[in-house]
Write a protein that binds this ligand. Sequence first.
Ligand code: IMP
Length: 429
Amino acid sequence: MPSVVILGAQWGDEGKGMVIDIYAEKADVIVRYQGGNNAGHTVVVGGEKTILHHIPSGILHAHAQCVIGNGVVLDPAVLLGEIDRLKAKGLLTNDRQLLISDRAHVICPHHVALDKAAEAKKDTKLGTTGRGIGPAYRDKAARSGLRFGEFLQPEALRAHLARELPEANFMLEKYYNQAPLQLEEIYETLRGSADRLRVHVECTYRVVNDALQAGKKVLFEGAQGTMLDVDHGTYPFVTSSNTIAGAVCTGAGIGPNQIGRIMGVVKAYTTRVGAGPFPTELDDELGQRLRDRGGEYGSTTGRPRRCGWLDLTQMKYATEVNGLTDLVLTKLDVLDGLSSLRVGVGYELDGRRLNVMPSLAADYFRCRPIYHELSGWPGSVSGCRQWDDLPDEANEYIRFIEHYLHLPVKLISVGPGREETIVLEQPFA
Ligand code: IMP
């Protein structure tokens, strides 16, 4: 089956952008299926950094077609900014290289205003990215969202705003004490964006299914990570979309039997941005060292990421809820020079050992990690390009992960560049 899903197995920021960029070299179609511009995928090519929020990371390969599926929520202004920046770099020379589903939902200015206002008012903050993601998905579920198909039609757009803006303004003014938004202003801005984006809009489920039926190599690009899934993550400290592999079907419009491999991207340690439980967090000098060495600052918001040891109990859960078939291990070089390494292999809660993540965040907050200790390695792995180049201790670290999860590691990254990788197997070879 020539389709591959690449998704985050932790709390996002696992380095999916770089992995997708590498695998996209051999792919025909790259599809995003959930999330919005809360994502920030960083790709470094020839020392030049490109950060993508909406557009699939495969866009850096001119031969591939990039699709934004119906499960994604899109902020038109942000998307246009991204398109303009790519064009200025000489990329995205053909408009049809980027297709957007006519069923994808629009993030409107009132969604952004409501997201920020709600977060500011909350006693227990979630630490959202403030991009309007939650309100846009809420409107979608409430059947009052704006889809790209309607967004392109001026009359439908105006009617939508006339219907929905009064409620949003009521909340902004009366509940959040904020200034209301002006319908005409929003209408004009959105209409201008719609005119420019029209050329990209398409019934994308057809494009993806046609590609699959023609035996083309299709890569599904996840955003965020498993533990931010609205059903299976650390609710309520999650995003508002399903981030697990099942979301590929609903967010791109394909059947489960069309999915071939499901590759989970896992950082050699763990990070998370925003609030929520994180048992293996290192709130000390070591955590700061990982943050500094790993450049662990959010590519969307610039916020420092919380850092900690790799948690294999969490990864076991991610393996199951996604049906992972393979692993990609990123940022191994960040662990360089540590004399010993720890990996979480269980939790202790109220004097009992747990081998699975509890479903309630309140319990997960109280879990203490149980660790297995391994030796670190001297020197740096950043120059390694083959398995045999790695020090024995790094080999052992990776083998331990593989045995624990019963999954093979297919790619290891040892630096931010496209070439700083050990490719053990290309899924589209
Ligand atoms: P939202 O998706 O902006 O509503 O934010 C909800 C939670 O998900 C917050 O804790 C965010 O920090 C987190 N989050 C959202 N997108 C990402 C991402 O791409 N990487 C890591 N964390 C994310």
